[in-house]
Structures are given as structure tokens and as C-alpha cells.
Write a protein that binds this ligand. Structure first.
Ligand code: NSP
Length: 220
């Protein structure tokens, strides 16, 4: 079994819960209260700033030009692609730079990014990929399931940009590269090393679920 198949199999139940979360369901049927979405989008922008640094540390830890390229391309995809979705919504909500900078990170946000950054500072390139994967890939899976359940979600006048942003084939193509690189780098990993990757992936998948719950409850 490929490493990524092992990781996904270890987190099946957690991943199944993402699309059951009321926040995600609210995006799917377009009924999500906009105040909750505003809270989420600001927290998520702050999250993405830290998440980008995990890729930057991946560059520093990279052992081949291919992994340097993979991590560095992602930095561009994040700062010029994904974060643009957020900037679009922050524009609609008239969130100023001052408001963004004055917003404290919620505890779930802080814990998640602190964990990923610790893995990035202390461990190697494959472990960094294991920490990144739940974040990168779960949003593709969630958005595609939203579209499968409600094809009209893509055209929703408010949430459509978010749904299209993550269900977009370009977002998926970038994830294929992350998944393939994880499998390539861990081809000769021992059982103990793969178990350690599983621990990292399970922790990040749990943090993802906590982030949706944080957004729904607007918890600080
Ligand atoms: C918390 C979280 N997880 C994942 C993603 C998708 N990159 C995101 N924007 N935010």
C-alpha cells in the first residue's frame, strides 16, 4: 500500500466528518450566516500566513531540486492564488489591514499552525509533507463533495467563489504533486517511520476538524 493510502485510511472517519460539519453544510446549501464566514475567512487568512512558512521551511529542509521546486511553487500558489480568494472576501466584508492585524488568532488556529511549524523546524521533508497534506488535500475533497451533493453551490452568488476555488482542477493538480512526492520520498521508509507519518497526518486531520468547529462556533 502506498504511504498516502495508509495516511488516508488511518483518517477515514475524521475526513468523513468534514462534510457533516454545519459550517461546511452551510456553504453547500448557501445558508451559512455571513458573520460566521467573515470570522472564518479572517482566521483562515491568518492561518495561511503561517502555513506558507511551513513550505518555506520545507525548502530549507529539501534534499533535492525537485522538492525545492515543489515547496517553492506552493508558496506562490498560496500567496498569489489561494490567498486571493480570501482577499476577495475580505474586500466584500470591508476588512481593513488594521482589522486583520488586530484580530487575535483563535486557540485552534494557533495550536494547529504551531504544531505544523514545530514539525517543520524539527523534522525532515517527508514529515513536513505529511503535516501539509491534510490541509492541502482535504479542501479539494470537501469542495468536490459539496459540488457532488449540490452542483448549484458553485454558482452561489456569495459562497460560489470559495467552492470554485477549491473544486478547481488547478487546485487538484497541485495536490497530485504533493501526494506523489510523499509516496516517492517514503518508498523505503520503515514501518516505524510510516507510523510516525501517520501520527502527524492524524493530528493535522484532527486540527482540520477542530478548525471547522471553531469557525461554526466562532470560538476564540
Ligand atoms: C485550516 C485550513 N485548512 C486547509 C486549507 C486549504 N489550504 C485552508 N485554507 N485552511
Amino acid at each position: 500500500m502506498k504511504t498516502t493510502e495508509r495516511l488516508l485510511s488511518a483518517t477515514k472517519d475524521i475526513w468523513a466528518a468534514y462534510n457533516e460539519n454545519p459550517f461546511v453544510k452551510g456553504i453547500q446549501d448557501g445558508t451559512l450566516e455571513q458573520a460566521k464566514f467573515k470570522y472564518y475567512i479572517i482566521q483562515d487568512y491568518l492561518y495561511l500566513e503561517e502555513y506558507t512558512k511551513v513550505f518555506a521551511l520545507g525548502i530549507a529542509k529539501a534534499k533535492s531540486p525537485e522538492t525545492i521546486q515543489l515547496f517553492s511553487r506552493y508558496v506562490t500558489l498560496l500567496t498569489e492564488g489561494e490567498m486571493d480568494i480570501h482577499r476577495g472576501y475580505m474586500g466584500k466584508f470591508s476588512v481593513s489591514r488594521e482589522e486583520l492585524e488586530a484580530t487575535p488568532r483563535s486557540l485552534d488556529n494557533l495550536s494547529y499552525t504551531s504544531y505544523m511549524l514545530r514539525v517543520a523546524y524539527e523534522e525532515g521533508e517527508a514529515e513536513i509533507l505529511a503535516a501539509i497534506l491534510s490541509c492541502a488535500y482535504s479542501y479539494e475533497v470537501i469542495a468536490k463533495k459539496i459540488v457532488e451533493n449540490n452542483p448549484l453551490a458553485q454558482d452561489h452568488p456569495f459562497y460560489g467563489d470559495w467552492v470554485r476555488g477549491y473544486a478547481n482542477p488547478h487546485y487538484g493538480e497541485a495536490n497530485v504533486l504533493l501526494l506523489e512526492m510523499t509516496d516517492r520520498l517514503t518508498l523505503h521508509y520503515t514501518e516505524q517511520q510510516v507510523r510516525h507519518l501517520e501520527d502527524i497526518f492524524v493530528a493535522c486531520s484532527r486540527y482540520e476538524l477542530a478548525f471547522w468547529e471553531m469557525a461554526w462556533n466562532m470560538s476564540k
